[in-house]
Design a binder for this molecule. Structure first.
Ligand code: FES
Ligand code: FES
Length: 160
């Protein structure tokens, strides 16, 4: 089949088997490697992307569901000011990770901050429920996203 969709702001056309998964299209056809094939079963979050603004596991999205939709990967998101807020928050809080599930961690952080710029610790912890990060503990992740929220508030409103 031929499928048209928007990928990181570009209109694209792909010829593919309808059941082929988005993660394979991203990695094999476009060299977008930030979404990682961890479990390929919707369990680890390492393959997270935004699909029409919602977090999804790219390992679960077949090509036939992509028509007319908008996909943003970590590579696309990393071009934004919002990404910079999160990267600085993570680094400021001393988060030191292997990077394997950065797509899940960073896009999950953005999904939270896009709707709540003053999250509680519990809300921060809940934001990462879909990500099984083997090298970060939940409390450190929550602290990192709270630091990113503070940076975002200062950028947008000039105060924390
Ligand atoms: S590879 Fe998709 S959720 Fe684990
Ligand atoms: S960054 Fe999540 S497994 Fe290492």
């Amino acid at each position: 089949m031929t499928v048209n969709f928007i990928l990181n702001g570009d209109d694209i056309v792909v010829r593919t088997a309808p059941e082929r998964r988005l993660i394979d299209i991203l990695r094999d056809d476009f060299g977008l490697l930030a979404a990682k094939p961890g479990c390929r079963a919707g369990l680890c979050g390492a393959c997270t992307v935004f699909l029409d603004g919602h977090l999804v596991n790219a390992c679960l999205v077949p090509a036939f569901r992509l028509g007319g939709r908008e996909v943003i990967t970590l590579e696309g998101f990393s071009q934004t000011d919002e990404y910079t807020d999160i990267a600085h928050g993570f680094s400021q809080s001393g988060l030191d990770t292997c990077g394997f599930c950065d797509a899940g961690k960073i896009l999950s952080a953005e999904a939270l901050l896009a709707r709540n710029l003053r999250p509680s610790k519990e809300e921060a912890l809940a934001a990462f429920r879909g990500v099984r990060c083997a090298c970060t503990d939940p409390d450190s992740l929550a602290a990192a996203v709270l630091a990113a929220a503070d940076i975002r508030r200062r950028r947008l409103y000039g105060r924390g």
